[in-house]
Design a protein around this ligand. Structure first.
Ligand code: SF4
Length: 408
């Protein structure tokens, strides 16, 4: 993809995970053929930035040699699956990874699904909360009770189809096939949410030979929302979570982190839509050594770090649509507001109304235009503006004054 700072190369994990060797190859390719900046997206993908036309084929060759490139672009595009990064690690969660792997294989092999819209995605949660990392997907699989699985459709979180383990992959495919039929007849159906709004989830489930049953989606899961620092269950550490400030890391820092992880015997990393890397490791000393290295690199190692609650798009100069340097401005706000930001469970800084960094609403959204910002409270970038057209140096004061007013 072309961007303001050159070509952008997206690398998708396989069912939510990369090996440490693969991460090392990505970091090396980013340093040699790109600007050295790597983004972790809100779908758990890694993106190499600033690749030039001259270095593009070398970058592809390096990623291909590491087994990171799909044979065809359609296969890569359809592998849009977010997997609960704590599934299989946290004893409180079901291990749903094998179902994600199976669905990914079907999507890659069955070309019918390659015509799904580019952003159409699936998610697998190991808990009763279908939103992995607080984010929705078009088709969401959750586990309300052990040995019972629920498939939710975006646009209807009050009901789901309950299926057994044997049926999960097949049922998800049938639902995707129904979506494709509805879209073929009406191109205004861009995502599952549109199909649910127009036809109702009961009709979609029924067309996929499933039954809609009321299932209350569990409220937010605090561990899933901020999986940073030592992650434990009943006093036993099972992983280390390391957040990337505003989703970005520099290649040489990434290599340093991977070297330490490898030395500690860690072989894989799970990516989280909260822009956190989850390293499976049970030895407390190894966890502390990895977190110490991350702290040296100024990465996020505490769940209460305000940067974890912030979704920030690349902004200027990386994106041509942006007139504000969103990441620089985000850090300015963290420094200026400190713990005042705790009052806002989510903060979205968007370089324009497109809102790439976050789907849906946030407690506070800053939308850039002409080098200045609008503030939207409890909305998305296109929502009603609460404070209009202010400069960066005025934002902290405006937010403090919003704190004194009741939330709309
Ligand atoms: S939200 Fe706008 S400015 Fe930010 S990355 Fe997307 S298109 Fe660019």
């Amino acid at each position: 993809m072309q961007s303001g700072d050159g070509l952008l190369l997206r690398v998708r994990p396989k069912a939510g995970s990369f090996s440490i060797a693969e991460l090392g190859a990505i970091a090396d390719a980013a340093a040699r053929f790109g600007s050295g900046e790597i983004d972790l997206t809100n779908r758990g993908n890694l993106q190499l930035r600033g690749v030039s036309e001259e270095t593009y084929s070398d970058a592809l060759a390096a990623l291909g040699a590491a087994g990171l490139i799909d044979a065809e672009a359609g296969a890569e595009a359809v592998r849009n699956i977010v997997v609960d990064p704590l599934s299989g690690l946290d004893p409180a969660r079901a291990d749903i990874r094998k179902y994600a792997v199976a669905l990914e294989q079907v999507l890659v092999q069955d070309r019918r699904f390659w015509s799904l819209p580019g952003k159409f995605g699936f998610s697998f949660s190991g808990s009763s909360q279908p939103r992995v990392g607080g984010r929705t997907a078009d088709i969401m699989i959750a586990v309300p009770r052990r040995s019972e699985f629920a498939i939710f459709l975006d646009g209807d979180m009050a009901a789901a189809a309950l299926v057994s383990a044997d049926e999960i992959v097949d049922a998800a495919m049938r639902l995707a096939a129904v979506f494709l039929r509805l879209r073929r007849d009406d191109q205004s159906v861009a995502r599952m949410k549109d199909a649910v709004a127009q036809h109702g989830s009961a009709m979609i489930f029924s067309a996929a030979s499933l039954q809609r049953a009321p299932v209350a989606a569990a409220e937010a899961d605090p561990v899933a929302i901020s999986p940073a620092g030592p992650l434990e269950h009943s006093g036993r550490i099972f992983a280390a979570g390391i957040g990337l400030p505003f989703g970005r890391i520099i290649a040489r820092e990434f290599e340093a982190l991977c070297r330490v992880a490898s030395r500690l015997g860690i072989e894989v990393v799970n990516t989280s839509p909260e822009r956190v890397l989850v390293f499976p490791v049970g030895d407390p000393e190894a966890v502390m050594a990895l977190l110490a290295e991350a702290a040296k690199l100024h990465l996020i190692i505490e769940a209460r770090d305000p940067r974890l609650a912030m979704d920030v798009c690349p902004g200027a100069p990386a994106c041509r649509n942006a007139s504000t340097e969103t990441r620089r401005d985000a850090q300015h706000l963290v420094d200026a507001l400190q713990e005042s930001l705790d009052a806002f469970p989510s903060l979205h800084i968007s370089g324009c109304e497109k809102g790439c960094a976050r789907r849906g609403t946030a407690a506070l959204t800053l939308v850039g235009h002409n080098g200045r910002y609008d503030i939207v409270r409890n909305g998305d970038p296109s929502g009603p503006v609460t404070v209009a057209d202010i400069a960066l140096h005025e934002i902290a004061g405006a937010i403090k004054s919003l704190l004194r007013q009741p939330s709309p």
